[in-house]
Design a protein around this ligand. Structure first.
Ligand SMILES: [Zn+2]
Length: 155
């Protein structure tokens, strides 16, 4: 048995104001559980993405998240949930003026290959990006696979 309190869990670098891995803190082996707090304008992930092997479910505890999906934008409010199958493209954002608090649950814990697309300012279109830590490991950057431009940086 393992037990943890959210305020004991370290915050990870991400596009969200707060991302904490409860599954990591609990030593979970087959399930990823992340707690997110999104301020207005923030998103769960670095870009529109898909995980090859992992299904992902988001349960909103507070506020309203807007998910870009293959079927258009879908809003998910408190006490609602959304599920993406492995291979489905998605990105959840906070487009409101209130904060969003949500749990993301993924299984299996390993995502498999993940494709991420972001608007590259240099290319002028959405491109595949890779996420890398900076040299001093104080932030994560999304690098355009096409031209090498840094498209965003989050600490
Ligand atoms: Zn580019």
């Amino acid at each position: 048995m393992e037990r943890v309190s959210l305020n004991e869990v370290d915050r990870w670098m991400s596009p969200a104001q707060s991302k904490r891995s409860l599954s990591n803190a609990l030593g979970a082996e087959h399930l990823a559980v992340n707690h997110y707090i999104l301020e207005p304008g923030e998103s769960f992930g670095f870009g529109y993405h898909r995980h090859a092997d992992q299904e992902e479910l988001f349960y909103v505890l507070e506020g309203t998240a807007t998910f870009e999906t293959e079927e258009g934008d879908v809003t998910v409010s408190a006490e609602e949930a959304i599920r993406f199958a492995p291979g489905e493209w998605q990105l959840g954002r906070n487009e409101t003026d209130e904060r969003v608090v949500a749990l993301a649950l993924g299984a299996p814990a390993e995502t498999g290959e993940t494709d991420i697309r972001r608007l590259c300012p240099d290319c002028g279109e959405r491109q595949l990006v890779r996420i890398e830590p900076t040299a001093d490991r104080d932030a994560l950057v999304a690098i355009c696979e096409e031209c090498g431009a840094e498209t965003v940086r989050h600490s």
